[in-house]
Ligand binder design. Structure first.
Ligand SMILES: [Zn+2]
Ligand SMILES: [Zn+2]
Length: 169
């Protein structure tokens, strides 16, 4: 079972769509946490105007003690990791915890925004299941250097990654 945990305010409808799609793609039960969590202020870097994604991941680990197969945090905040201008998300690999940010996925066309969110969510969960980046540009595990890469890839695993995923469960 996978838990989706909003960090800060996220529209309920968005979480519902994410839940249904993850459930279908990963063929598992997904639930949305009813717990309200604020973005931890110690993750904020005032010089960058961004939040440290690793610190948010650690924060999630410290507050969610229930036993789920995987936990996906979702936030509207702009995330970074040291050495990178920004990150779409981060995950323990392999591990239980993953997070994604919606900040850089926004698009006037809601369908494109939802697809981007789905791709990044499945990508980070893939990492949590132990998968590494894939060289197939249409595979969800392809590394997105920019949003253009995200738009080009699909939210599905290629055959090779799917095989690894099945062994990882
Ligand atoms: Zn990745
Ligand atoms: Zn692949």
């Amino acid at each position: 079972m996978i838990l989706i945990q909003a960090i800060g305010k996220i529209e309920g409808k968005i979480l519902e769509i994410l839940k249904n799609c993850i459930s279908k793609i990963l063929n598992t039960k997904v639930i949305i946490s009813s717990q309200f969590l604020d973005i931890p202020e110690n993750a904020y870097n005032p010089l960058r105007g961004q939040y440290n994604s690793t610190k948010i991941l650690l924060f999630l680990k410290s507050v969610i003690k229930e036993d789920f197969d995987r936990i996906l945090g979702i936030t509207d905040a702009d995330l970074y990791a040291p050495g990178l201008n920004f990150v779409f998300g981060e995950a323990e690999s392999p591990g239980k915890f993953a997070i994604i940010s919606l900040y850089r996925l926004k698009h006037p066309d809601k369908k494109i925004f939802i697809e981007r969110m789905l791709k990044e969510a499945i990508h980070e969960l893939g990492h949590a299941f132990g998968l590494a980046h894939c060289s197939n540009p249409s595979c969800v595990m392809y590394f997105s250097n920019s949003i253009i890469d995200t738009d080009k890839k699909t939210y599905m695993f290629c055959k090779k990654c799917l095989k690894k995923l099945k062994l990882a469960n």
